[in-house]
Design a protein around this ligand. Structure first.
Ligand SMILES: *Cc1c(COP(=O)(O)O)cnc(C)c1O
Length: 391
């Protein structure tokens, strides 16, 4: 029976401590959130600059609702191409110093749409093993051959490129800041390889936008390689505090996407209020570099304090700080003990990370306070000792 099969599968999730549940969370845009009746220090959101609850973004959204209503009414190629798209895309283009840009739906929709538009049945996608699930899904949807190289292993990537016939369309894709390890892509090496093997290079700045670069443009701009990247996508849903995604590139690439990208063509445009808040967020990150600097300092201090206690923070160098534990059960217990101690942090389990690499993922924001974080480190260390994660 199919229903019994489904129940068995759910059971198996439970057995492997992989079953997921939804909890209502209040105040996730603030430093302290409320979950299961507890007030917890919020080390779980991707609101890296504290923008999602910011007055400027809220005011822009409210004005747009009052003037334009709440829905876009149709896809952009029909009648959903609201004037606020033009404004936000212009702001985006100037911020990124890009020749052409396109605002898209969620980061997930952007990745599945871009990949399946740009690469097809005869192409090959070369994808870092730690790339986000939306990149994996986009590669599968494209029907291209999908080759995953070991995380940041350029020798492995080059060996795979070498074996691929010259006449195939090739695309290398990577997160710039990896979402579960908090480390960074080797962009300079990727540019060298893409040039050597005549491949398209696509990067995903979901965790880099707003956080890195002289004007918060993204990590590619921090290392000054933006001009070498063929398809640069990112999201407005994390540090930018809003919702939606974007892509920049040469005009013919953007034109191609408008014509081929199915998640863009066949989906209703973003609500005007989101476009208004995106535009405001783009201005905001350029005007307030302080938040980026604060975020880096807080992250460095927090990470260093944890490693001094003997925790394994993987290779993190960013605001995403994992604490590698290993077993699913122990990771869940760790996360529950943290909640009892007043801290919200996510337990990340397979299949989001490889088997045996379950971890707690801390995400910091510029709005945290150094004293609160020091308090959190003490609590984390006590839990770590109790559970035998550290000595
Ligand atoms: C979060 C994330 C996405 C998805 O973005 P959404 O806007 O949440 O759909 C895509 N890529 C990476 C690397 C991400 O971390």
């Amino acid at each position: 029976m199919w229903s019994q099969d489904i129940l068995n599968e759910l059971d198996a999730f439970e057995q492997k401590a992989q079953k997921r549940e939804l909890f209502t969370v209040r105040d996730a845009d603030k430093r302290w959130l409320t979950m299961k009746g507890r007030r917890l220090l919020n080390l779980a959101s991707n609101n890296y600059l504290g923008l999602s609850g910011h007055e400027r973004l809220k005011a822009a959204a409210i004005r747009a609702i009052t003037e334009y209503g709440v829905g876009a009414t149709a896809s952009r190629l029909i009648v959903g191409n609201h004037p606020l798209y033009e404004k936000a895309e212009n702001a985006l283009k100037i911020w990124k110093r890009a020749e052409a840009s396109l605002i898209l739906h969620s980061g997930y929709a952007a990745n599945i749409g871009i990949l399946s538009a740009v690469i097809g049945r005869n192409g090959v996608v070369f994808s870092d093993k730690f790339n986000h699930a939306s990149i994996v899904d986009g590669s599968i949807l494209s029907r291209a051959e999908h080759k995953r190289y070991r995380h940041n292993d350029m020798t492995h990537l080059e060996a795979l490129l070498k074996k691929t016939p010259k006449d195939k369309r090739k695309l290398i894709v990577t997160d710039t800041i990896f979402s579960m390890d908090g480390d960074k892509a080797l962009l300079l090496d990727l540019v060298t390889l893409k040039e050597r093997y005549n491949a398209i290079l696509m990067v995903d700045e979901a965790h880099g936008s707003g956080v890195y670069g002289p004007n918060g443009e993204g990590y590619s701009y921090e290392v000054n390689l933006q001009g070498k990247i063929d398809i640069l996508m990112g999201t407005f849903s994390k540090a930018m505090g809003c919702y939606g995604a974007y892509v920049t590139g040469e005009p013919y690439i953007i034109d191609y996407l408008k014509n081929k990208m199915r998640s863009f063509i066949f989906s209703t445009g973003l609500p005007p209020m989101i476009l208004a808040s995106i535009q405001e967020a783009i201005y905001f990150v350029q005007e307030e570099p302080d938040r980026r600097e604060r975020l880096q300092t807080l992250s460095d201090d927090f990470r260093e304090a944890l490693s001094l206690y003997g925790f394994d923070t993987c290779n993190s160098t960013s605001q995403i700080i994992p604490l590698r534990i290993g077993s699913n059960e122990k990771t869940i217990e760790f996360s529950e003990r943290l909640q009892e101690a007043g801290i919200a942090a996510i337990a990340v389990r397979p299949p989001t990370v490889p088997n045996g690499e379950a971890r707690i993922r801390f995400a910091l924001t510029s709005e945290h306070d150094a004293e609160e974080l020091a308090w959190a480190v003490d609590k984390i260390a006590s839990v770590g000792k109790e559970l035998g994660v550290i000595l």
